[in-house]
Write a protein that binds this ligand. Structure first.
Ligand SMILES: [Zn+2]
Ligand SMILES: [Zn+2]
Ligand SMILES: [Zn+2]
Length: 242
């Protein structure tokens, strides 16, 4: 296979109950056949993540959202000389060159989720009042334009299709929503799929793999809820958030 490309973009596992959308880089590395799709092959991003219950050292793959370090992983490493997780060849959803919204440049921002999964963004430019209207399937929010809301190492919140879908499902079902920061890496926890519909107290961090992130009360956690709380405090800035 040709060597991987590193490009601005976002990717997401096609089936996952946790995710990593509060990212420290706007780029990703992998193999992509189009501007967007469901068949991206993205390189693993492995970091040490404590130990398995049997004492074996483990790593967490931030890209594919799974642990590395089982006997099968070690055997694959010995054979391939590559440290890669068991999901390394699984196709992923991706979008290259997504819109990145710097919210400090706009006011009266509205973000709607349409029935077909489209994100409809409307915003008035602070400079001149021009109306920005965008229909997209994924959108990045430049979090550095919202100082204090997220850990300073986070550069953007990637509103991926599964993150938007899970958030809307949680909102509509009326479950307790919150946004819990991991005590190890300070990144906001994201619940997806079934986990976004059943509030729980113990969470697995999709950024560092720490599996004992405890909330005070059971909830569904997503950074999109923290952005909603911001919107409720400053309705002139963000008028509607999902
Ligand atoms: Zn991986
Ligand atoms: Zn959770
Ligand atoms: Zn963490």
């Amino acid at each position: 296979m040709n060597s991987a490309l590193t490009l601005p973009g976002m990717c997401w596992p096609l089936h996952a109950t946790v995710g990593n959308i509060a990212v420290t880089t706007s780029t990703m590395s992998g193999h992509f056949r189009a501007g967007a799709g469901c068949d991206g092959l993205v390189l693993c991003d492995l970091l040490p993540a404590g130990k398995f219950r049997n004492g074996a050292v483990r790593h967490w793959c931030r890209t594919h959202q799974c642990y590395w370090g089982t006997k099968a992983d070690l055997a694959d490493f010995a054979a391939s000389q590559q440290m890669r997780c068991k999901q390394h060849a699984s196709p992923m959803g991706y979008m290259l060159y997504p819109d990145v919204l710097d919210v400090s440049d706009y006011h009266a921002i509205t973000l709607d989720y349409l029935d077909d999964g489209t994100l409809r963004l409307q915003a008035k430019a602070n400079n001149g009042g021009t109306l920005l209207v965008r229909d997209v399937s994924a959108l990045a929010i430049d979090s550095r334009s919202l100082p204090g809301l997220f850990h300073p190492s986070i550069v953007q919140i990637n509103i991926t299709p599964p993150a938007a879908l899970a958030y809307v499902a949680a909102l509509r079902s009326g479950v307790a929503l919150g946004c819990i920061d991991c005590p190890r890496c300070a990144h906001p926890h994201l619940d997806l799929g079934d986990f976004a519909l059943s509030p729980h107290r113990r969470h697995l961090c999709g950024h560092c793999g720490y599996d004992a992130v405890h909330g005070v009360a059971a909830c569904v956690s997503t950074p999109l809820q923290r952005l909603r709380d911001h919107a409720l405090r400053k309705p002139g800035h963000i008028k509607h958030w999902f």
